[in-house]
Design a protein around this ligand. Sequence first.
Ligand SMILES: Cc1cc2nc3c(=O)[nH]c(=O)nc-3n(C[C@H](O)[C@H](O)[C@H](O)COP(=O)(O)OP(=O)(O)OC[C@H]3O[C@@H](n4cnc5c(N)ncnc54)[C@H](O)[C@@H]3O)c2cc1C
Length: 303
Amino acid sequence: MMKEVEIYDVIIIGGSYAGLSAALALGRSLRNVLIIDSGIPCNRQTPYSHNFLTQDGKTPLEIATIGKEQVAQYETVQFHEDQVIKVKLLPEGFEVITAGGNNFKARKLIFATGVKDILPDIKGFAACWGISVIHCPYCHGYEFRHKKTGIIARGDRALHLASLVNNLTDQLSILTVGEADFKGEQLDKLGRNHIDVIETEIAEIIHDAGQVKEVIFKDGTSQRFDAIYAAVPFVQHALIPNKLGCELTEQGHIKVDNFQKTTIPGIYACGDNSTMMRSVASAVSTGNIAGAIANMELTLERF
Ligand SMILES: Cc1cc2nc3c(=O)[nH]c(=O)nc-3n(C[C@H](O)[C@H](O)[C@H](O)COP(=O)(O)OP(=O)(O)OC[C@H]3O[C@@H](n4cnc5c(N)ncnc54)[C@H](O)[C@@H]3O)c2cc1C
């Protein structure tokens, strides 16, 4: 049963790592907070999450559950499972409207909404995503050390990933899925490090419960792989900040300053939606800052 609050100090949209972290700072400051979450974090298919100190190797859900339990101990924080579909600007703050037909008001808003990865239309790719088709060497590279590894990417992005993964395995190929665009010095680096470049388009990734076994190419050839890195494009999970007038960066992140403030007063963003440094640690860190700054601004308005 939700406690009736006429106007929340802060509504946090997105209740995964970034949102929970913001809520912790605000709950500890006795702020009336509502976290609205639609329950689809980007790492939900990954079996184990790595590289977050104290929680290395836990499942994504375990980390979020511990976070939620700790935040729920602060009685001024409330949770609501729903999807926010619209936000209206009010003289005193914001009105938040959900798909479930609820309306809530708040003085400040924190968007912790994450991003949505756009997976390529390659048979088998989606089933392996987060399991053995991975986006980040820090999160999952160690588990595939010394294994036969592919990188689906082109140009500078492919070189960047190859330079990192090269330290984890010497069985490395770049799969450009079409004509490669590497030039002089890039080709020298790939040659010096014995990294193959395969240009043939991919027909299918053969896998066993998400574990890559083989890549079948469109020319009928195939190669065995244990893991594949892929640099995939993304879109904002929630388009609302942009519709409200929050500026985006060239890369498509919500533009924030060092205090997680967006370009619209009273609106903050944290986690994946506003940084290219995608990790649980970074989401928790930026959420912590957004919560503290929202609290400070509320304090300064009244003190
Ligand atoms: C496959 C994969 C594996 C990963 N593995 C690791 C790893 O091992 N270690 C690591 O440190 N990082 C890992 N990451 C990165 C990490 O998962 C993200 O950096 C982290 O989840 C970002 O947290 P967030 O709170 O910003 O966003 P998310 O965790 O994506 O959560 C966003 C939340 O906002 C909600 N939401 C969005 N829009 C709305 C709306 N309109 N209304 C209500 N709720 C909304 C969503 O339902 C979701 O619950 C991985 C990422 C992927 C994609």
